[in-house]
Design a protein around this ligand. Sequence first.
Ligand code: NAP
Length: 197
Amino acid sequence: MGGTFDPIHYGHLLAAEECRRQLGLDRVVFVPSGIPPHKDGSVASSEDRYAMTLLATAEVREFSVSRTEIDRPRPSHTVDTLEEFLRDCPAESEFFFITGLDALLGIDTWKEYARLPSLCTLVSTTRPGYSAPDVDSLPDGIRLGLKLLEIPRLDISSTDIRSRVRDGKGIRFLVPHLVEKYIEHCGLYREPEVSRN
Ligand code: NAP
């Protein structure tokens, strides 16, 4: 499960659980991106995003968090991450790469994207505002192998959470309690955001 997780919220957790259940996965590994290749940078540091992802998933036996992209000193490319996982896991392991459909729609700009279907099954979940017809614009090699899972719609986004914190609005019940406390304790997201694309 890849994402910036800036911060992780109940929408991500619900998507992970639904994918686990619908696909019969043994476990879901959350992989917070280190230096996202298509952005100037995240708002919170990699370590803060990693810590929040750990706090959010700690009590779920089937969930874990990987540092692989956080520890990579260069931009995080999904193809490199998948190859690392393939190298480190038993040969019979089967991989699924899960991310939001709005992220996946830009896949034709990702490094060596055409190789991804040979490394894993690409899985996406839909969220409010992004309807399935958008998928028609994906390259054939991606679109044909993509598993699109419908999940209950929770209209929560990291962008909205950051702006609620900045505006002094509450985020209780949008993120796990420990993530809310971490954001509060570390004073994350209080400052206006600079240069984000
Ligand atoms: P992001 O900015 O975190 O998210 C883009 C959109 O997708 C946001 O609306 C986001 O919602 C949603 N989203 C992200 N991850 C999600 C998830 N796991 N489940 C449901 N919705 C999700 O996206 P990103 O981190 O750049 O990219 C997502 C993944 O694609 C990462 O693993 C990243 O490494 C990979 N990626 C790879 C390349 C490459 O290989 N060159 C390039 C770009 C992205 P929220 O804001 O609410 O999370």
